[in-house]
Ligand binder design. Structure first.
Ligand SMILES: Cc1cc2nc3c(=O)[nH]c(=O)nc-3n(C[C@H](O)[C@H](O)[C@H](O)COP(=O)(O)O)c2cc1C
Length: 313
């Protein structure tokens, strides 16, 4: 989904004097999102005003909105030094836990994550929307939306997972993951990749608040099935299996195995294999000499009939 929701139409006064009180009155933990202003002192003033309401348990500093053409949002968050100045300035004026909402519109999130840690942030939220264009109506020749917007939902999950991994390689801050959750399994994936908490936005817009209880039910059943006592038992367990592509290139080439009981013989993997390494006769076979180990067949198989040999997993 691509949206062009711009800055709020609500006045700052209404938000600070009414909405924060309503949120606090509901009895939950209130995390107030404060948009970083071009001048860090201006951001600090806004954060002070928000903190003084006494209704807020945590501040989230947003340096990641993808829409603005310059000066705010991702134009701060894709620059480690600008982000450091914002975080350090807000850190000086608040004792509240301080989360920084990171942009995925960056090539090196590690340097921004480190700057946040050094400047005193307590955690990161990864990530905001990916800057994107929603396409052209070919009947009229006009763009569907007139400006670059923010891409969210299932398509951004692999991108968010990348940044979750890279940020943890650069800093020790706890991370709240958000991007593309549409099933309870996505939550488990993020936790297994080290996330402390997981958030959902687009899926709630699509399916209503009840998606949250649906995910919680799925998650609880999963935890019971595996007899897990808590999320800490699975947090980060996938990270130990990650390799760099350089390490992969040094390792013996991995070849897929076929579970003949699960394979339906649909041939989608044969079609997609550029190396002609999959042969479908009576059963599906892998030509180990030809196989490049790229893994495309595993991803494309609709019944998950392909896996890695245990020695190469
Ligand atoms: C319509 C819409 C408005 C959003 N507005 C904000 C915002 O004001 N501040 C913010 O930090 N993130 C905003 N986001 C980004 C979400 O908080 C979230 O980071 C992103 O959508 C990825 O999660 P998702 O794939 O679960 O939607 C918005 C997302 C959508 C779809």
């Amino acid at each position: 989904m691509i949206n062009l929701e711009l800055f709020t139409t609500k006045s700052k006064k209404d938000w600070i004097q009414k909405d924060l009180k309503i949120a606090k009155g509901a009895g939950g933990v209130v995390i107030a999102s404060v948009l970083a202003l071009p001048d860090p002192e201006g951001t600090a003033e806004l954060a002070t005003e928000v903190e003084r309401t006494g209704c807020v348990d945590m501040l989230e500093l947003n340096v990641s909105c993808p829409m603005p053409a310059s000066t705010v949002g991702m134009h701060i968050g894709n620059n480690p030094e600008k982000t450091r100045a914002q975080v350090a300035t807000v850190r000086r004026i608040t004792k509240l836990p301080l989360l920084v909402k990171m942009t995925p519109n960056v090539s090196d999130i590690g340097s921004v994550a480190r700057a946040c840690e050094e400047a005193g942030a307590d955690g990161l939220c990864i990530a905001n929307s990916v800057r994107a264009f929603p396409g052209v109506d070919v009947e009229t020749g006009r763009p569907v939306l007139a400006a670059l917007g923010g891409y969210t939902g299932p398509a951004v999950k692999p991108i968010t997972e990348r940044f979750l991994i890279e940020a943890q390689q650069a800093c020790k801050l706890p991370i709240s993951a958000v991007g593309g959750v549409t099933r309870w399994q996505d939550i488990v994936e993020y936790i297994m990749l080290g996330a402390t908490t997981v958030q959902v936005a687009t899926a709630v817009m699509w399916g209503g608040w009840e998606v949250i209880s649906k995910y919680l039910r799925g998650l609880e059943a999963y935890m019971e099935r595996h007899a897990y006592g808590g999320l800490d038992e699975i947090r980060g367990i996938a990270l130990q299996h990650l390799k760099t592509v350089e390490e992969l290139a040094q390792s013996p080439r991995a070849t897929p195995t076929v579970d003949a009981d699960v394979c339906t013989g649909c041939g989608e993997c044969v079609q997609s294999c550029f190396y002609d390494a999959l042969i479908l006769e009576d059963v599906l076979r892998v030509d180990r000499e030809r196989c490049d180990g790229c893994g495309l067949c595993l991803l494309i198989c609709p019944t998950h009939a392909l896996g890695w040999e245990p020695s190469s997993a």
